[in-house]
Design a protein around this ligand. Structure first.
Ligand SMILES: *[C@@H]1O[C@H](CO)[C@@H](O)[C@H](O)[C@H]1NC(C)=O
Ligand SMILES: *[C@@H]1O[C@H](CO)[C@@H](O)[C@H](O)[C@H]1NC(C)=O
Length: 575
């Protein structure tokens, strides 16, 4: 029931450079708003910008200004060494007198002044159109939280089919339910399980408890069920039954048990924190943890994560920040839509989304306590499709914009401004609307799907919008003989030009097997662009293991869970 504890904790990394607001609500069921640290409400023009650490160095060293990021307007005087030494990043180069990251900069991709086309992204120093080609891109991944506080959800086996039909290959659970873990066996879906908060004290006290827990809740299901991490507790610092002081001991015991069962290589440990663990978050570069948490729990936890190559799990909800400060935060900034952006006064980095600003505040807080190298995964984020009257911003159009914008951002973008080369890994909250959750209306309306598997709104899980469909299209339910199998087909509603371009890509650079659609071969009939494109797209999709983002082709394709019918042609699918 850890979800119930989810806090209405909001860190408003406000859009306007003038304010810093941290809003904390104790629980979603008992909202209490405290606002502190309202720094400056004057208009932007009159604000005195405190010089950041890097700007401040300018006058002292005499050695040229230090670029903090590729877009900083600092001069490197054609000397790439300056860029490399300040960034400790060997791929930095001095291009047109600015330090640029050749691995990620679209205008200096692989070499100074080598520009990518506007449809392309710079990945690993190579221009790539992410609709087709993610080979050089270590792009992030999208997973989903499968919460089950409801009495009307489909059986776990059906849920696994649903996940597969949507190309979702990562899921996070709030417990270690037997039926769910069994249904996920051999599905190809990677799983994060949770040890609930109510069992933390026992886990901290007794190694034999965690041995037994790991044995019965993890070991028993592996390797058939691909468990990749254990969330030890959830938002423990803000749990009303505060078990903070047991957290690290519990994590340490779980880790020892994993070692004992020889699972520590494949299963990582962590513990999702809420953004309320931060004392300061604005500007993002000034992010810091709450002082009373640092020594007792943050540092030992990060140390454990570092030693075990695990990621810090973070739950981040721009929705709460927006709902509490709708007068100050532009909605477009919260929803990943076009907006003017917000420049961090500390380091000059520009933010175009509240989500990125929130994540970078956590990175900055980690760096401030000496853990700049520990990676981060966003274990929960989402936007409710409905809410009470006072829950400003809740609604299905905004939820669709947020989740759609986030998926696109994760799959096609770089990391955050502070960590552009760290792929963003995100678990959406949540798979279903959960009718038994308490609290405000929003709590029961975070789902991407209704319990009957209809979409609440159109959520594309791939880089571009997939099928052209209205919002209540039934997710195709697999027939028993094709359980869990999916195919990729052409979207008949897209333009011929797009289809042709995508077909050319798939059969060319994409490496699809297009022999069967050559003249005289088995799938040449019917001789239509849509049929041929479908064959090629499906080949590409299957060759890429039906991964997220490998069936979209710029909106020219989508996933189906029934075998496609084009003449006598047989479309292969996975196993
Ligand atoms: C976890 O805690 C709950 C509540 O105290 C208890 O009912 C349950 O048996 C515990 N689970 C384990 C595996 O100890
Ligand atoms: C929980 O306990 C820790 C110390 O064990 C304390 O620093 C923190 O403020 C407490 N949090 C709450 C919400 O009571």
């Amino acid at each position: 029931m850890a979800q119930l504890m989810k806090l209405l904790v909001t860190i408003a990394l406000t859009f306007a450079i003038t304010t810093a607001i941290i809003t904390t609500r104790t629980t979603r069921t008992n909202p209490k708003t405290e606002t502190f640290a309202v720094k400056d409400l004057r208009s932007p023009g009159t604000v005195k910008i405190k010089p950041g650490r890097f700007l401040a160095q300018k006058d002292e060293g005499g050695q040229g200004p230090k670029a903090r990021n590729p877009s900083a307007t600092n001069r490197c005087n054609k000397d790439s060494e300056i860029c490399r030494s300040t960034e400790a990043n060997p791929r930095m180069a001095c291009c047109n007198n600015k330090c640029m990251d050749l691995l990620t900069d679209k205008k200096n991709c692989g070499a100074c002044n080598k520009k990518c086309k506007y449809t392309e992204t710079c990945c690993g120093g190579q221009c790539a159109n992410l609709n087709y080609n993610k080979r050089h891109c270590d792009s992030g991944m999208i997973g989903v939280n499968y919460g089950r506080i409801a009495d009307n959800l489909p059986a776990p086996e059906k849920v696994v089919e649903l996940l597969k039909s949507q190309g979702i290959n990562r899921v996070k659970l709030f417990d270690t339910d037997k039926t769910v873990l069994t249904a996920l066996a051999n599905s190809g879906i990677k799983v994060v399980v949770s040890l609930p908060n109510e069992n933390l004290t026992a886990a901290a006290a007794d190694q034999s408890y965690t041995d037994k827990w790991v044995q019965e809740n993890v070991k028993k299901y592996t390797p058939a069920t691909d468990i990749e991490a254990i969330a030890v507790g959830n938002e423990v610092f803000v749990d009303p039954k505060n078990t903070t002081k047991y957290l690290v001991a519990a994590m340490t015991n779980v880790q020892s048990s994993l070692v004992k069962f020889n699972l520590d290589k494949s299963v990582k440990i962590s513990s999702p924190i809420a953004l309320s663990a931060l004392a300061n978050s604005y500007p993002p570069s000034a992010g810091s943890f709450k002082p009373d948490l640092i020594e007792p729990v943050i540092k030992p936890m990060l140390d454990l994560l570092r030693k075990t190559s695990s990621h810090l799990m973070v739950n981040a909800y721009p929705f709460f920040a927006y709902a509490a400060n709708a007068d100050k935060i532009p909605l477009d900034y919260a929803l990943f839509r076009e907006n003017a952006g917000n420049v961090d006064s500390g380091n000059g980095l520009k933010y175009n989304s509240l989500f990125d600003a929130q994540i970078d505040a956590v990175y900055a807080a980690m760096a401030a306590v000496g853990f700049n190298d520990v990676k981060l995964v966003v274990t929960e984020t989402g936007w409710p499709s409905a809410g009470d009257e006072n829950e400003i911003g809740a609604g299905s159009a905004n939820a669709a914009a947020y989740n759609g914008g986030l998926v696109k951002r994760v799959l096609t973008g770089n990391g955050t401004p502070l960590k552009p080369n760290e792929p963003l890994n995100v678990y959406l909250f949540a798979l279903f609307n959960e009718n038994q959750k308490t609290g405000p209306t929003s709590e029961r309306n975070y789902g991407l799907f209704y319990p009957n598997e209809n979409k609440v709104y159109d959520v594309p899980f791939s880089a571009t919008v997939t099928p052209v469909s209205d919002s209540k299209v039934k997710v195709p339910v697999n027939t028993p003989s094709h359980v869990g199998q999916t195919w990729c087909v052409a979207n008949g509603k897209t333009t011929r030009e797009k289809l042709q371009e995508a077909l050319d890509y798939a059969c060319g650079e994409g490496g699809a097997d297009c022999r069967s659609i050559q003249k005289g071969a088995t799938c040449y009939d019917p001789e239509s662009l849509e049929a041929h494109a479908s064959y090629a797209f499906n080949s590409y999709y299957q060759k890429n293991a039906r991964g997220v983002g490998t069936c979209n082709f710029g909106g020219a394709a989508y996933v189906v869970s029934q075998p496609p019918k084009y003449g006598k042609c047989e479309f292969p699918t996975g196993h």
